[in-house]
Design a protein around this ligand. Structure first.
Ligand code: AMP
Ligand code: ZN
Length: 492
């Protein structure tokens, strides 16, 4: 099965395969660690996680490199305002980023590359560009890339650059939308700014050169896939291509994947619009990490996704349905034998699921295939027509689903507990949903003891006490389900 993925560079669906026949070499632009990531950022990282998980499910090995931009204008400004070195300033956000990725069950890339640990490689690349006449130094000691030296500039974003002025420069990391200008490769230090002393003079790297140098360091001059959010297409990725291809005369990345934005009321979720939620914000409101994961991956990456709390509630319900179904399969008692219809439904679900993901990672259709099977199997179980040997066929489809979506195991308590500990220490307890505080104050042991007491009360026909316990638990966000096999409980 070959994944056909939209390639921004060619403007069509292209087969995504490792050029070396061994491992797919991919680079993803990572976070700029000046603050906590918002769930728009995590939409992109989750979609990339989904891609790598699906490749692995399809038997393709992956070598995934992600950078951490730990030096830029904002970082320097904020660290200076806080009166601490940039390394100390960024550490808290690097740690938080990895904690958030773990909560969202994003697999770790094979290689994490920090910009501040690759300055020599960046300097070397700038020297190479200077030797080729594509980089020039200005009065203050900064270096710029000469756009006119790369006639193919614009080939990724398909921008028309005919009106471009030679030598017009931009040196900030944030760009006007449409201005193509010679961009900074290396920035001379302003008074009191962090800098590195190097062969090309004192200073620090521009944002774009970081990614070119680190991608080539770990993946070679030419590699399979480069990913990021749609805002990186221009100028960041266009600039990466210009620098890299000018230096090597080879194609930089063959395939480019861009994840569309997470929106709020139709506008990009972003720090500057103040319309963002961090993962922690949502965990403190009582949403679970698994629901946030599912919501952010179930809208296909090439569609903009207008974020709503309803989408999180829908995801919560969907996960509940799947987990209940899985429990029903694993804990139920079924007669021996098999049911051809359900075997057929499982086979169809598996094919539809894999076909949907192979078709440009269509997660919406992939989920629909799984839920169709759940619906059919539930009906068959209700009618008593489900058999023991059907179970493995259906569980195998759920395993395929979970290898990519990873929401079936309930591991939600830990991220919520950590978010609460963080809120406590950050003075943000006033933002915590009251229900969450109440639920957290009950340990699993205390819940089990109350459930046992209720079972004993029911046996003794003391229904008043049994109901009292049920309501007391419900008030604290614990739901009980009576079944043939005993009482199951879960935190809401
Ligand atoms: P940054 O930390 O700003 O460099 O962004 C990290 C990643 O998140 C990049 O790939 C961005 O393109 C992506 N990103 C930023 N905002 C959004 C958004 N609202 N929706 C989806 N991806 C985003
Ligand atoms: Zn990048």
């Amino acid at each position: 099965m070959t994944l056909r993925l939209f390639n921004t560079l060619t403007g069509q669906l292209d087969a995504l395969e490792p050029a070396d026949g061994k491992a797919l070499r991919m680079y993803a632009c990572g976070p700029t660690v000046y603050d906590y990531g918002h769930i728009g950022n995590f939409r992109t990282f989750l979609q990339i996680d989904l891609l790598r998980r699906f490749l692995r499910l399809s038997g393709v090995a992956v070598r995934h490199v992600m950078n951490i931009t730990d030096v830029d204008d904002k970082i320097i400004r904020n660290a200076a305002a806080a009166g601490i070195p940039i390394g100390e300033y960024t550490k808290q956000y690097v740690d938080a980023f990895f904690e958030d990725l773990e909560a969202l069950r994003v697999d770790r890339p094979e290689q994490i590359a920090r910009a501040t640990e690759h300055i020599p490689q960046m300097v070397e690349l700038i020297e190479k560009l200077a030797a080729a006449g594509a980089a020039y130094k200005v009065e203050d000691g900064s270096w710029y890339f000469r756009l006119k030296s790369f006639p193919e500039y614009g080939k990724l974003s398909k921008k028309d650059l005919s009106g471009m002025e030679d030598g017009a420069r931009v040196d900030v990391d944030e760009y006007e939308k449409d201005s193509a200008r010679d961009f900074a490769l290396w920035k001379a230090p302003k008074p009191n700014e962090t800098f590195w002393d190097t062969a090309i003079g004192p200073g620090r790297p521009g944002w774009h050169i970081e990614c070119s140098a680190m991608a080539m360091e770990y993946l070679g001059e030419s590699f399979d896939l480069h990913c990021g959010g749609e805002d990186l297409m221009f100028p960041h990725h266009e600039n990466e291509i210009a620098q890299s291809e000018t230096a090597t005369h080879k194609q930089f990345a063959r395939h480019w994947m861009h994840v569309r934005f997470l929106l709020v009321d139709g506008r990009k979720m972003s720090k500057s619009e103040s319309n963002f939620y961090t993962l922690r914000d949502l965990l403190l409101k009582g949403f679970k990490a698994s629901a946030i994961r599912l919501a952010l991956i179930s809208v296909p990456y090439r569609r903009p996704f207008n974020f709503t709390f309803d989408s999180l509630t829908d995801a919560t319900n969907a996960i509940d349905r799947l987990r209940t179904f899985r429990d029903r399969l694993t804990k139920g008692a079924f007669a021996t034998g098999s049911n051809q219809a359900i075997r057929g439904a499982a086979k169809k679900a598996q094919t539809d699921y894999r076909d949907a993901l192979s078709n440009d990672l269509n997660t919406a259709e992939a989920c629909a295939a799984i839920f169709e099977m759940v619906r059919e199997a539930n009906t068959v179980i209700d009618r008593g027509l489900f058999h023991l040997s059907d179970r493995d066929a259906v569980l195998a489809v759920l395993a395929d689903f979970d290898a990519v979506f990873d929401v079936l195991e309930d591991r939600d308590a830990e991220p919520t507990r950590r978010a609460l500990a963080w809120a406590d220490q950050a003075g943000r307890m006033s933002e915590v949903a009251p229900e969450l505080i109440a639920a957290q104050s009950l340990t699993d042991e205390a819940i089990k003891a109350l459930v046992a007491e209720r079972t004993a009360a029911k046996k003794a026909r003391n229904f008043v006490r049994a109901d009292e316990i049920r309501s007391a638990l419900a008030e604290r966000g614990v739901i009980l389900e009576d079944s043939k096999d005993g009482v199951r409980w879960k935190r809401k």
